[in-house]
Design a protein around this ligand. Structure first.
Ligand SMILES: [Ca+2]
Length: 353
């Protein structure tokens, strides 16, 4: 019955597809991310010799949305971090985490110059215990204009809440720096590829792999007759089994990517076999995770691993990478991207506003 209802909803969505609305996005679950009413429950932590000069404040003169933003002020040899209130989530669901930031100071070359900014997302269970986390570095370079960041994440099965943390640190070599944060959002993401949607197929064997580490081999289980192999008997060296496509073909939109992968054996120990990420020119990873040795159902048989992601309009190229960790001989065939929906101008606005 539930499945039938879901099907009906899907059909209704398909019928109204001609008049785009942002039905795929739920409301912002991190309601305290605008800073219009002050710190709104964000907790500050300050460290370093000049801790008195460091701080977390609400800036009345700088904002991406509204009139205020959160400002991190960090002198030489200091650190400031901010932890958000906990946003409610449902275990196993997919979410889009997004925010705007800009900065002053940092590095003028884009290379590390003693200033570091990063954020992390921590998943909590009903008892408040940590059940997972992901840490992400921000640009080493100064970002003078507001930049939109977005990352698609899946809540672990046991998760009931998520909290974000931002940390800015400056060491003895760095220069005093400032960072502004605004419009932090966590929104549920739903939707699946519909028949007739756009599809892009990348074959690792077409050259999209580390050709110094791996080789292209004949493989009758693939459509092209070729795969790329990471073989423990040839070269048990961790590297990119896929990557290097730097495609500009994808417009802004919501997509699913499927890695088609085969493992020679099913391991008894659970370990990451492939660490995948969707890398970009500007905003780091759109999504990332691990395919584990024990995720395979059958030795020597291809299996699809599918992940959701959103490509915002400020991203130019994307690269679908899979980093082989070694240990089990692995073949990769295709990386297939399917449209869930392509964004209209109104969609892009709803995404970033
Ligand atoms: Ca604001």
């Amino acid at each position: 019955m539930k499945r039938l209802r879901r099907l009906c909803v899907a059909l209704m969505t398909a019928f109204v597809a001609g008049t785009p609305t942002w039905a795929q996005f739920g409301p912002n679950l991190l309601a305290e991310g605008d800073f219009e009413a002050g710190l709104q429950g964000w907790q500050a932590a300050v460290s370093g010799a000049q801790a008195a000069a460091a701080g977390l404040t609400v800036d009345d003169g700088q904002a991406k949305v509204g009139a205020r933003s959160l400002k991190f002020t960090v002198p030489k040899e200091g650190g400031v971090s901010a932890t958000s209130p906990v946003a409610p989530v449902e275990g196993g669901k997919v979410y889009l985490y997004s925010f705007w930031f800009c900065s002053e100071g940092f590095s003028k070359t884009g290379l590390f110059a003693g200033c570091n900014a990063q954020y992390s997302l921590t998943w909590l269970n009903a008892e408040g215990k940590v059940v997972g986390s992901v840490g992400v570095g921000l640009s080493y370079g100064e970002v003078p204009a507001w930049r939109f960041m977005a990352r698609t994440v899946r809540a672990p099965a046991e998760a009931t809440g998520m909290r974000a943390n931002y940390a800015v640190t400056v060491n003895a070599e760095g220069i005093p720096s400032r960072l502004w944060l605004d419009r932090v959002q966590l929104r549920a993401l739903s939707g699946a590829p519909a028949p007739g949607g756009k599809v892009w197929v990348f074959r690792a064997a077409d050259g999209f792999y580390d050709q110094g580490a791996f080789r292209r081999v004949a493989d009758d289980d693939t459509g092209s007759g070729f795969a790329v192999i990471g073989a423990t008997r040839f070269q048990n060296k961790p590297s990119y089994l896929s990557g290097g496509m730097y495609t500009r073909a994808l417009p802004a939109g919501q997509f699913q990517v499927t890695y088609r992968v085969k493992a020679a054996e099913i391991a008894t120990e659970t370990e990451p076999l492939l660490s995948w990420d969707i890398n970009t020119d500007l905003i780091g990873h759109l999504a990332a995770g691990n395919i584990l040795t024990t995720d395979f159902r059958q030795p020597g048989a291809y299996q699809d691993f599918t992940f959701d992601f959103v490509k915002p309009p400020n991203v130019r190229w994307v690269d679908f990478r899979a980093f082989w960790q070694g240990g089990v001989t692995t073949w990769i065939d295709t990386i297939t991207v399917r449209e869930v929906r392509l964004f209209t101008d109104a969609d892009n606005q709803a995404l970033m506003d």
